[in-house]
Design a protein around this ligand. Structure first.
Ligand code: UDP
Length: 481
């Protein structure tokens, strides 16, 4: 039950316009609003239209959530019209322009704040929008950062950056150990994100430095994770940076905010299968597979002894691949065994289905945590950004995953690149689905983590308590001002 004090709190949420940021931000909005606070989420018009259902649902549940819309300056930043979300960029090369456009949201947001009657009680900013620090300081509003990655990743990359351990490694394929971690975690340079990997990544390095500086200026950090999952890393990061509140898994607060395609076909298919028997393969909102790589994946899924759901995201859609699927009669010959979802899959719902046995994932943090919350073991196929960190966490710390065997970051899989062969896909599926032995151990561990995740978000659980402590802290500050 919300107290009259929390009713006065108003949080301004400022996310980066990318699905993997917007989804947890909207879930967090729901969580905070359910505690009696009111929420404004800053969005651009096209992104807001993706979340119409979410706002309708919030209204129906009497949650005080609204959007504040700011036009996205595509033209001014040199982006094609309508490119308001990272997933609509024609290629990775447009990312700097996208970040430039995101930085240009500062002025209109400032203008709006200077016109409204009552300022928000607190800004919750995406780590990727460091200019929110200036706004917070100008209007004297408390500001916290919301990270959409794990404390494991944050601490690993912090320790690598501080120790510069990777700089003395000459070969891209030689392993080094990340210093001062609770577990022995090894990396090669070729698995590190671009900003740490190459000599000519100065642009990204500067951007990361700005993110870090703005994190230092924040009053604390909200994380989409839960303490029981990575307690030592939460404490470790808190020690080297600042106060952390883990409030996840946020996906457990909402599973209807996605745009669903082919929903009934997928669930009809799942209903015909046995418990824990189906492989779900999906690579998030940004990753791209080459056509040749998609074919290898298709053949690997077919060669395994298990049923599958394969999501071909918009980015992977190509006439060449479609033609190959038709020429091969791939879907006909696999009618009983598998289905393809083209476009956007209802991932959280699929993962929670009891007949899903494993998740072949690109290891985005949202996907990882959604699998943890659903108690599903993973086959890890990291591609870029912090995904190799997540792979190490899944496989070496949580012990709920099997590697498909990728060794290098691929920022942009263009051309005919094939990193994972059909046999690798097949073998990793057989491995993760192994009856008895390691397979059983991983499944048991995944179920234990699922239970912990659900407990964490329930009344009195760690994430639920952290959310209340966070609100309490902001309330204390407001009343002391
Ligand atoms: N997602 C989904 N359906 C899809 C693809 C992705 O619902 O077909 C959701 C997924 O559940 C997750 C987010 O999109 O919440 C992807 O975030 P993640 O951090 O895993 O990866 P990214 O998109 O940043 O690569």
């Amino acid at each position: 039950m919300a107290s009259s004090k929390t009713m006065q709190l108003h949080f301004l949420l400022v996310p980066l316009m990318s699905q993997s940021h917007l989804i947890p931000f909207t879930h967090m909005a729901k969580l905070l609003a359910s505690q009696g606070t009111s929420i404004t989420i800053v969005l651009t018009p096209l992104n807001a239209s993706r979340f119409n259902n979410f706002i309708d649902e919030a209204k129906a549940s009497n949650l005080k959530i609204k959007f504040h819309l700011i036009p996205f300056p595509c033209f001014q930043a040199g982006l094609p019209e309508g490119c308001e979300n990272i997933d609509t960029l024609p290629s990775f090369e447009y990312q700097p322009r996208f970040f430039h456009a995101s930085n240009m949201l500062q002025d209109p947001l400032e203008k709006w704040l200077s016109q409204i009657e009552t300022l928000p009680s607190c800004i919750i900013s995406d780590i990727c929008l460091p200019w929110t620090a200036s706004i917070a300081s100008k209007f004297n509003i408390p500001r916290v950062i919301f990270h959409i990655i794990s404390c494991f990743t944050l601490l690993c990359s912090h320790n690598i950056a501080i120790s510069k351990v990777h700089e003395s490694v000459t070969s891209m394929t030689k392993t080094f150990v990340v210093p001062d971690l609770p577990h022995r975690i090894e990396f090669t340079k070729s698995q590190l994100p671009e900003a740490m990997r190459s000599q000519d990544s100065k642009g990204w390095e500067d951007t990361i430095d700005q993110f870090k500086a703005s994190e230092i200026l924040a009053q604390g950090i909200l994380i989409n994770s839960f303490e029981e999952l990575e307690m030592l890393y939460v404490k470790g990061y808190e020690k080297v940076v600042k106060k952390v509140w883990c409030i996840g898994p946020l996906s457990l607060h909402d599973n209807k905010a996605s745009i669903y395609d082919d929903e009934s076909e997928c669930f009809n298919f799942l209903a015909t299968k046995k418990p824990c028997s189906v492989i779900y393969a999906c690579f998030g909102s940004l990753s791209r597979l080459s056509v040749s790589q998609s074919k290898e994946l298709a053949l690997g899924l077919e060669a395994s002894n298990h049923a599958f759901i394969w999501v071909i995201g918009k980015k992977d859609f190509s006439e060449e691949l479609e033609k190959w699927l038709v020429d091969e009669k791939y879907e006909d010959r696999n009618k009983e065994k598998g289905i393809i979802i083209r476009g956007w899959a209802p991932q959280v719902k699929i993962l929670s289905h009891p007949n899903i046995g494993a998740f072949l994932t690109h290891c985005g943090w949202n996907s990882t945590l959604e699998a943890v919350a659903a108690g599903v073991p993973m086959i890890t196929w990291p591609m870029f950004a912090e995904q190799f960190y997540n792979e190490k966490f899944i496989v070496h710390v949580l012990n709920i995953g099997v590697r498909v065997g990728v060794e290098v970051v691929v920022d942009n899989m263009e051309g005919e690149k094939v990193l994972v062969k059909k046999e690798d896909v097949k073998n990793s599926i057989e491995n993760v689905m192994e009856q008895g032995g390691e397979g059983e151990h991983r499944r048991k561990r995944a179920k234990e983590l699922k239970e912990m995740a659900h407990k964490a978000v329930q009344e009195g659980g760690s994430s639920n308590t952290n959310c209340k402590l966070f609100i309490h802290q902001i309330m204390g500050q407001i009343h002391n001002n």
